[in-house]
Design a protein around this ligand. Structure first.
Ligand code: PGA
Length: 253
């Protein structure tokens, strides 16, 4: 695990965008795994700019998003399809038919999950998976639990996640209580993982991710056994890292 500590959110976003851009230049028909949430918004803005000035070309890129709320259609402003369209897809030259987000309104959720995994497999697997991290250690909506799911699945959201995401809704009652999420198997099969975190609220979980024990109650900790993970954090999120025992830390200032 390589940890890059950046000065602030803007620098984190630029470093992250550059990692994605590097891959697109090397492999124009790459498969991206994408994440929603506040954390990657700046990265997406940077990618939009890079596309606008002709630095990167999304025309052959395929993307798979991590998750979607159960019950929200793609045109609901809080759905993750809507987020992706508005933060990235509508502003770059990607073919929307090659952008996949699990359907939150599929009648047969089980079938939707199986087909989502098949689509990822048939595309050749994910080259680069972008991740945020929840304060409780979730990645995608793989919530703390006594066991981990490998494939795409329907999951209840924890109280902590519902509370954390209520800021995007009118009130907490409107936050969906379930979501479809890629499982940890799909995430771990990605050839490279780019996890982003910023702000003091993420400092504790980032230190557990990097230095803590692997624990199903901290789903992100499984990333310690992946052999190609880059964690990009700002100084606030890095505040509780023990830099003496954390190996492979690069500080970008
Ligand atoms: P955030 O969410 O980027 O809005 O902090 C991250 C997550 O819950 O995965």
């Amino acid at each position: 695990m390589k940890v890059i500590i950046t000065k602030n959110y803007d620098e984190m976003s630029k470093v992250a965008a550059w990692e994605v851009a590097k891959l697109i230049k090397e492999k124009p028909d790459c498969i991206l795994g994408l994440a929603t949430g506040s954390t990657p918004e700046g990265m997406y803005s940077n990618l939009v700019l890079m596309n606008r000035v002709g630095q990167i070309d999304f025309s052959k890129v395929t993307s798979f998003n991590l998750d979607e709320y159960r019950g929200l259609k793609g045109d609901h402003p809080q759905s993750y399809r809507y987020f992706m369209d508005n933060k990235l897809f509508n502003h770059v030259n990607i073919n929307k038919n090659n952008t996949f987000v699990p359907s939150g309104v599929a009648e047969d959720i089980q079938k939707e999950c199986i087909e989502y995994d098949e689509r990822i497999r048939n595309a050749g697997g994910i080259d680069l998976q972008v991740l945020g991290i929840g304060g409780n250690g979730h990645i995608g909506f793989n919530e703390p639990d006594s066991f981990l799911h490998m494939g795409t699945h329907l999951t209840p959201l924890t109280k902590e996640t519902i509370e954390a995401n209520a800021r995007f809704f009118e009130n907490e009652d409107e936050v969906p209580k379930e979501a479809i999420t890629m499982g940890l198997g799909s995430i771990m099969k990605a050839r490279k993982i780019l996890l982003l975190a910023n702000g003091k609220k993420k400092a504790s979980i980032i230190s557990k991710l990097v230095d803590g024990k692997i624990d199903t109650e901290i789903p992100a900790s499984i990333l310690q056994v992946h052999n190609n993970v880059i964690v990009v954090v700002d100084e606030d999120a890095a505040a509780e890292l023990n830099l003496n025992i954390t190996t492979n830390v690069e500080i970008v200032k």
